[in-house]
Design a protein around this ligand. Structure first.
Ligand code: MN
Length: 425
């Protein structure tokens, strides 16, 4: 597929030029209507499509899908079916919704049953996340944080240019866009103090990340090579890795992040497949020193995805605080997955692997408040006249991601979540 072919693909459902969801996108998600049963679906323009309903009406009858594969609370079972099935489904959807195809377009009863305005649906977690890993793959972010925590000389740890560094995070507290996050409480060591105090975090931060969702992998003991890694990646979402910097700073040596991170992470609800992103491939930063052979990749394994973070204080307009791009990441997803499994670690459909904070080379492209305000020394002015060093209660953080090339746009929508006060218990 070329950009032009994707652009020429027109649906009989209205899609504006500014929409993230042209017919070529076909992201997967899970939604409910009036709190009734969850169903798997996709989206074209501002129309949500009930795939469970489409299957029951026979639109996928020759695709050999298990019965009611889309009448489920998660996409895990569909993801488990593998890439060939996903591609057959995608092809069929492009046919049915093509502007010249009348099969569903001309059937008012069927349309009524399976098409819904997105304003009338509630998005839910798209997958059951059994395991969640967070990488640390932006050289700019690792360098910035290293300078702040350890000084300029020791900014990048000696292993960083050789290993896609990561840690196993908490999957139970990954929530979908729209779910409020309570300010976490925990231990912090105030500046110049020798003993810790306990209370709500005073250094509440976001991390601008993207995450990929895997298919089933290989049996334990077998690895997925960098070459074949993308066959095991279903798609991507925008990922906000909420971080309490004061809790994190006191606890992170020697085993890394714990309560500073595990109280919540937020994702955008629509999973955009690698097949939809394929036309936006681009080169990654040059890697020097050359990684070990198991981490070497040929060709282009990253994507040109524009990222943006805005903060909206309660009842106020939002202020854009960061513009970055997924392509800045030093380690690509194929390298991350190859590294994750090289020791024989197995993966499952629905596992989520986040990129690490995606900071770019310029100060306005840093992907966290910690970096944007440089540890609180450079507050960000907000449109309402206030300023921020870290997030305040009732601040809403909105992260958006989209690709755009030759006038063709495709995107992820957004992840939007509000920090609410710590629970007083
Ligand atoms: Mn992170």
């Amino acid at each position: 597929m070329t950009i032009q072919q994707a652009k020429d693909l027109r649906s009989w459902i209205e899609v504006t030029n500014e929409s993230d969801f042209p017919l070529f996108n076909l992201p997967l998600g899970v939604f409910s209507i009036d709190d009734e049963t969850a169903r798997c679906g996709t989206r074209i323009g501002d129309t949500a499509i009930d795939l469970g309903g489409m299957q029951q009406l026979g639109y996928f009858s020759d695709l050999d899908l298990p019965d009611d594969i889309f009448v489920q609370e998660t996409l895990n079972d569909f993801i488990s079916l593998g890439k060939n099935t996903h591609r057959n489904w995608r092809k069929r959807m492009m046919e049915i919704f093509d502007k010249d195809n009348g099969s569903l377009r001309n059937n008012a009863a069927h349309r009524q049953e399976v098409l819904h305005p997105v304003s009338e649906i509630q998005m839910m977690m798209p997958v059951f996340v059994q395991d969640y890993t967070d990488f640390y793959s932006s050289r700019e972010h690792a360098t910035n944080v290293g300078i702040m925590f350890r000084g300029k000389e020791n900014a990048l740890m000696p292993n960083w240019l050789h290993i896609p560094v990561g840690y196993h995070g908490r999957s139970s507290s990954i929530v979908v866009s729209g779910v409020d996050i309570h300010r976490p409480k925990g231990q912090q060591l105030p500046a110049d103090a020798e003993t810790p105090v306990f209370g709500p975090s005073k250094m509440m931060d976001f991390e601008l990340e993207m995450a990929f969702i895997t298919t089933d992998g290989k049996p334990m003991g077998h690895r997925i090579t960098a070459e074949e890694a993308e066959d095991y990646i279903f798609g991507m979402v925008v990922f906000n890795d909420w971080s309490a910097r004061d809790i994190q700073k006191w606890e992170y040596v020697p085993l890394g992040p714990f309560l500073g991170k595990n109280f919540g992470s937020s994702i955008s609800p629509w999973i955009v497949t690698l097949d939809a992103l394929d036309i936006f491939r681009c080169a990654s930063p040059e890697q020097n020193p050359k990684p070990l052979p198991y981490l070497q990749t040929a060709g282009e394994h990253t994507f040109d995805i524009n990222l943006e973070v805005t903060i909206a204080p309660k009842g106020e307009n939002d202020t854009t605080v960061c513009r970055s791009n997924f392509k800045y990441l030093y380690w690509n997803m194929a390298q991350q997955l190859a590294h994750h499994t090289v020791n024989g670690c197995n993966i499952n459909a629905g596992d989520m692997m986040a990129s690490g904070t995606i900071s770019g080379p310029t100060e306005d492209s840093f992907g966290s408040m910690l970096e944007l305000c440089w540890k609180g020394t450079k507050p960000i002015p907000m449109k309402d006249g206030s300023e921020r060093k870290f997030l305040q209660d009732h601040d809403t953080v909105i992260m958006k991601a989209h690709c755009e090339k030759e006038g063709f746009r495709l995107g992820f929508g957004e992840v939007r979540s509000t920090i609410i006060p710590a629970i007083n218990d």
